[in-house]
Design a protein around this ligand. Sequence first.
Ligand SMILES: [Mn+2]
Length: 402
Amino acid sequence: MNMVTRTLISVLLAAAAAVTAHGDHDEQHVIAGPHQGLWYNTLPGDGGTQADSVFSGISTFGRLPYAPCLAHKDINYDIAFIGAPFDTGTSYRPGARFGPSGIRQGSRRLNLYGGYNVPLETNPFDSWAKVLDCGDIPVTSYDNTFALHQIEEGHYSILSRAPKTDAHKKGPSLAGKTLPRVITLGGDHTITLPLLRSINRAYGPVTVIHFDSHLDTWRPKVFGGSPSDVASINHGTYFYHASQEGLLRNDTNIHAGIRTTLSGPSDYENDGYCGFEIVEAREIDIIGTEGIIKKIRDRVGEKNPVYLSLDIDTLDPAFAPATGTPETGGWSTRELRTILRGLEGINLVAADIVEVAPAYDTNAEHTTMAAADALYEIMSIMVKKGPLSVLDIEPAKETSDL
Ligand SMILES: [Mn+2]
């Protein structure tokens, strides 16, 4: 073994040891060293930067341990947060490339008191699951085609490795393996197309729950005018492409929170062809959060693998002003969080949050805080469900490259 190899191995071992120590709940409260008297914030939920107070230190989602997962294939986890800072598919206000860093800033206080979720009776920061923040996928802002390729490959690298828990048990992927869950921080909504392409490689077609004020199934000639193939893939058309590419399970998908204007009633018709049912935001006045939850659960069923995509513009701009295409008449943060918690028990395999553009936020960080809290509910239902090995799903037929 030469010097370079030895040095490389010792660096990798040190990195692996650091990750293990942070992920291990028994060890993380043991602080040793000459300055241990300075450290005080060691609550159970505090995921790894425990030497810092919540308002200091380097930001990760919920102060989870950071690990360079894209650079090191041997780092494992059960849930990974990964950023996709892409915003060159927007039709109106750009700025969602700062979404990942903004959401992390907004999430700093999530586990100040330990992170226990009272209504769900679980602590996603202190459970069976090893949860990491894997940083961001490198994304070019100069070439959309290349950027979408980067996002698909980056996501697939995070998705397609063995999880920390139940790695050797059978799971619901096409290859019969158990995989980790991935939560992606966008980015404008275009990113959901490469994310679903990655998901499709692992699971085949999936069922999508799409929270948004907009349909995003528009045909390119209706949305954006489609002057080129590159322009035809944008944050209003990606679900049209996903449907055309066979990434969605037929007639199991649902939008929730819709209140956009249309080019005409044919947009709803086209949406149906793409495999979606629609829950409009205003339905909450009649059927309440319970009725909305029931509609979603009835549509997605018990046996489908589910992907959840959350556009922050689902929320009313009073609660989340910092987004590319805000629409008034949306749900409150309380209503959205109740609806998300109502999805407990579904076969959630992965999720994203998109369209957070922090430059338009209030000084009080309304939007990034709302985004972080919504993700906290999503993370909680993932943890409460258990590892993906426990999922009872109807598999797709295709073969896998896993
Ligand atoms: Mn939207």
